[in-house]
Design a protein around this ligand. Structure first.
Ligand SMILES: Nc1ncnc2c1ncn2[C@@H]1O[C@H](COP(=O)(O)OP(=O)(O)OP(=O)(O)O)[C@@H](O)[C@H]1O
Ligand SMILES: [Mg+2]
Length: 337
């Protein structure tokens, strides 16, 4: 079976195709809206929705071209309809429904965070061994920082997550305070890796919030950085570097400590991190034993959605959905939340 997967949950128009018999990814296309957001220092929801109107048909065309397929050879269409920016999700859902309807083919919806959660199974598409179950898994992205106990595919329990900002949001908000371009996460990572010393990373001791088990909090860090920025000279690049490096250290230390605590409490060794912040090279250094998908599949993509759909199909659970299916902005529809 050939499945075409679409993801428009935030500011990337993504399309991918999986062949479930061959267990191969035939296409994996991401059209980012970053250039349209540069002047705003963050994602503007209405602009993202409008960009999907332009970017999504192009991404789908490109996916079909690179797979050398005609659209009528797709057997099933899937789309993420939760969680995310509601306008963006609605563009993807309407597009997918229309395409499936016009071709007389079935369509199904999937959860974007569940797709991030199982993205380490992408290794199986290259004939490689995925991380062995059970996992403690953390989806650490722009909108979420969620910790799960995963026993096997589809069998998982949400343990907890951030009480306020997501880790990626903390990176981006710190970056905004330091007048770095959006999204600041990758920029801070690269700059600190290339230019920062141990002294830069420890110059400011930003808070690592002490919260209940399986929970995190990053809003205090943002306030601490804002207070420090007021006292500092932001025309001094060395000072900005030290602020960025020390803030990164605080975000990652809090995350690493919490995940190690969860591993011990639950008694599970295998640690898995997914989502945009899982691209971070310093995080990968701090957790050498953990499993991470390739950076390309940590940030938003439709390959992880196609893969998840492939697993649902393998387990005879890719049920066609009704035409009145809609989209939801929050994660509460995920099992266990
Ligand atoms: N190398 C990096 N270091 C730190 N943060 C990073 C890095 N690369 C990306 N990020 C952060 O990851 C986030 C984007 O990740 P992703 O695309 O998974 O999130 P999202 O789709 O916006 O949110 P969600 O998946 O929760 O809906 C941004 O906040 C970005 O700054
Ligand atoms: Mg995402």
């Amino acid at each position: 079976m050939k499945i075409l997967a679409i993801d428009t949950s935030c500011d990337e128009s993504c399309a991918a195709i999986i062949d479930t018999q061959k267990w191969k990814l035939l296409a994996d296309v991401v059209h980012s809206h970053i250039n349209s957001m540069k002047n705003f220092g963050g994602v503007v929801p209405e602009i993202a929705s409008r960009e999907h109107l332009k970017g999504l048909p192009l991404a789908v065309h490109e996916a079909l071209d690179s797979a050398k397929l005609k659209v009528d050879s797709i057997d099933h269409f899937v789309v993420t309809n939760r969680p995310g920016l509601i306008g963006s999700l609605l563009v993807g859902l309407s597009f997918t429904k229309s395409l499936a309807f016009s071709l007389g083919k079935p369509f199904s919806t999937l959860n974007h965070i569940e797709a991030h959660l199982f993205s380490p199974l992408m290794a199986t598409l290259d004939g490689k061994e995925p991380p062995p179950f059970p996992w403690i898994a953390c989806v650490v992205s722009g909108g979420h920082t969620e910790i799960f106990h995963v026993e096997s595919i589809f069998k998982y329990r949400w343990l907890g997550g951030t009480l306020d900002d997501a880790a990626g949001e903390a990176f981006d908000k710190v970056g905004k305070l330091l007048k770095l371009p959006y999204p600041a996460g990758p920029k801070i990572d690269r700059w600190v890796r290339e230019a920062a010393s141990e002294e830069h990373r420890t110059r400011f001791s930003f808070p690592r919030a002490k919260t209940e088990v399986h929970t995190l909090s990053f809003s205090g860090l943002k306030t601490a950085v804002a207070l420090e920025v007021k006292k500092r000279d932001l025309s001094n690049a060395d000072e900005i570097l030290a602020l960025a490096a020390s803030a990164q250290e605080a975000i990652l230390d809090a995350l690493v400590e919490k995940l190690r605590q969860t591993q011990k409490l639950v008694g599970v060794q295998t640690l898995v991190l997914t989502g945009g912040v899982a691209c971070n090279s310093r995080l990968r250094e701090k957790l050498p034993e953990a499993h991470f998908p390739s950076p390309k599949h940590c940030t938003d993509n439709a390959a992880m959605v196609a893969l998840l759909a492939g697993y649902y199909a393998k387990h005879n659970q890719l049920a066609p959905e009704s035409w009145n299916t809609t989209a939801y902005p929050s994660l509460s529809t995920l099992e266990g939340k």
